[in-house]
Design a protein around this ligand. Sequence first.
Ligand code: HEM
Length: 485
Amino acid sequence: MFWDRYRRYGSVFRTMMLGSRIWVVTDLDALRGPLRDEGAYLEVPFPTFQRLVAAESFLNRPGVHGPWRKIFSATLAPPRLAAMVPEITQLMKSHLSKWEPQGQVAIFRAARVMGVDLAVDVILDIKLSDGTDRAWVKSQVEDYLDGLYGLPLNLPGSTLAKALAARAKLVEVFLRQPDVAATQAQFVQEWEAIGKSPQAYAAAVLDQHTSAGDKAAGAAEEAGASEKAAAAATEATRGSRPAVLAPSIMTAQLMGRAMLKPSELEDGAMSLLHMLVASADTTRFALFNTWALLAMSPRVQDKLYQEQQKVLAEYGEEISYAATCHMPYMDATLKECMRLLPASAGGIRKLTADMQVGSYTIPAGEYVWYHAGLMHYLDPVCWDGDTSVDVPAHMDWQNSFEVAFRPERWLSEETRPRYMFTFGTGAHLCIGMNLVYLEVKLLLSMVLRKYRLRLRTPDMLLRCERLFPFFLPAKGTDTVLLEPR
Ligand code: HEM
């Protein structure tokens, strides 16, 4: 969406976005420091986002981000991902069983529902042991998410007002859950015992994580055992040790928040909310964008179908984690979808020191943005540097779809794109990336083995009403037909 500005102004220009002034910068040399948290820190400037998420973030505290990241990453390491497969598959099958009798799905809405379900039921695995209605909780999560990038007007009925009310209700519900309270209480004890040191805490958690249990699970998985067996191996070994500092997203989050202020019960609830923000709608757009592009390409669907036939012959009907690791064309397709229609807009940094971009100086205090979509226009392998074209061929899905959408480009070293900014880059590279790829692969494998996908409104993407912060299809245009093979 910034290509024309780039053509006119080059590698740095200013823009207004949702009421905030931001500098779009494409010069990777200039960005190198900020992307390492040098002379800048990660902050989303949008007023609604700041109001609903948090004013201060532990991600910017020196000495905290590294240990926090280690714990978080450990919770999504391959053996953990393998253990999540049965649950993800079951959840997706239940969605699919609702689409199949209709022979179609309104994918924009369906992707939102699935994104929220995956976040609440699988990624955060939120237990509601007090009998609170799960569907109601998810509706509140949706209201909360809807307010993040809206107008900063807190008037009755506005998306922000609804989101603030939903946040209050969700915090209240989460606080009532024995699980949240127990984890927080255990965390406080262990945190104090360990001297409130993030490094020591992370070391203890990792020590547990890289235990015999996880190694056994990893080995079981590599040897082709089912995910259940891999998960059981983890649990069995874990169960025989004293229970200390189990690695989880919530423990990582609690530790981070404890560095901002003494840990309170509310931190457990806020940790869950923050992770809903990181995972629910991002997953939604990974699903939506991928389906939209695939439904426009019978050619790519056929190649994926052929690959699935091979996977089926080798690994059987049930799609295991091991099977998902042997789908090179699927991998290439997902990367191509995330290159052509990124599910995020990259990342924003607030400068703490002046930033030099060529002959321009952006003063400290300003925001700079590496914009994923624009960066992909400038890929040194795909683009020859010609700014006279209206849209470079590798991005021109509107006018020459088959030339732009080519998963094959990822399969050879000469044509493989060098830029992939959809999941960020540098110190804050997305931790959920492999999980998202796994989720989309599982869904597409299930669907494409049985169906061809086709858009009922072939120009659905062209008719989108809004492109930022995400695609918003015109009403009634997002139906994908499921045509049996
Ligand atoms: C298609 C789906 C997703 C996309 C496109 C995406 C995109 C991103 C991007 C662009 C960043 C870097 C932001 C920056 O540089 O300012 C990021 C960071 C992050 N993502 Fe994701 N994300 C996705 C899914 C997820 C999921 C499912 C999770 C959780 C399980 C997750 C957890 C995180 C976390 C914790 C960070 C911060 C990492 C750090 O600060 O070190 N993401 N993501």
